[in-house]
Design a protein around this ligand. Structure first.
Ligand SMILES: [Zn+2]
Ligand SMILES: [Zn+2]
Length: 218
């Protein structure tokens, strides 16, 4: 889907009426004319207010239909189909313009997620915590993939996972629970636990916290 958008953006379609580049927009969910979708999530639309089709459309619609409106030139991505689409005013579709920068960032996060997923199988053997952390800290990744990552924490036994995971708010309660259990196991393997008063790491056997001086329950 994201690949489609990035490919469409390379097409640089030109409006035959005004010779300006068409703008890639998110398609409205329903085509008012026939009640069907466009068959595409995206549309190329001429949003140029000086476009002759749009400028002349007002008079045409006033005469033909006796109401206020005009036409925008439109093409369907991935096809040669083109339409003139009736619009009620200059603001139509300006809120639907595809945000290229946001999509690129989304795409980058997606690529990083895929890379991390591919590395999960070998990360324990390679003692590589990075892909596990990438997935666990990514709220956009699926809970299933993140639980798989969480299940590797104990085996990885890398204390540097504690700080970033403790500081992350997990939206999924069951995932948070699994991460908590894994962190406790990692700490125990290293003869450590968290001080119940100040949350700093202390030795399992410590009787007094060296950070906050609280006496500790046995
Ligand atoms: Zn145009
Ligand atoms: Zn303490």
């Amino acid at each position: 889907m994201l690949e489609d958008v990035l490919r469409y953006l390379e097409e640089h379609r030109i409006c035959p009426h005004c010779k300006k580049e068409l703008t890639l927009c998110n398609a409205p969910s329903i085509h008012v004319g026939d009640g069907l979708g466009w068959g595409s999530e995206y549309l190329f639309i001429c949003l140029n207010n000086e476009c002759p089709m749009y400028v002349k459309g007002w008079d045409f619609i006033a005469q033909q239909y006796a109401h206020v409106g005009s036409y925008r030139y439109m093409e369907i991505p991935g096809s040669k189909e083109s339409y003139s689409m009736m619009v009620g005013g200059a603001g139509a579709f300006t809120g639907n313009v595809v945000d290229v920068e946001a999509l690129r960032q989304q795409d980058q996060r997606y690529q990083e997620r895929q890379k991390a997923l591919a590395r999960l199988d070998s990360c324990v053997a390679e003692k590589d915590l990075a892909p596990v952390l990438t997935l666990l800290l990514d709220e956009g990744a699926s809970v299933k993939d993140r639980k798989r990552a969480a299940s590797l924490l104990t085996e990885l036994n890398d204390l540097s996972c504690v700080e970033p995971l403790r500081n992350h708010g997990f939206r999924d309660d069951s995932l948070q629970h699994e991460v908590n259990l894994a962190l406790r196991a990692v700490l125990a393997q290293n003869y450590l636990r968290e001080c119940p008063y100040c949350a700093e790491l202390i030795k399992t056997r410590a009787k007094v916290c060296k950070h906050c001086n609280h006496e500790l329950p046995a």
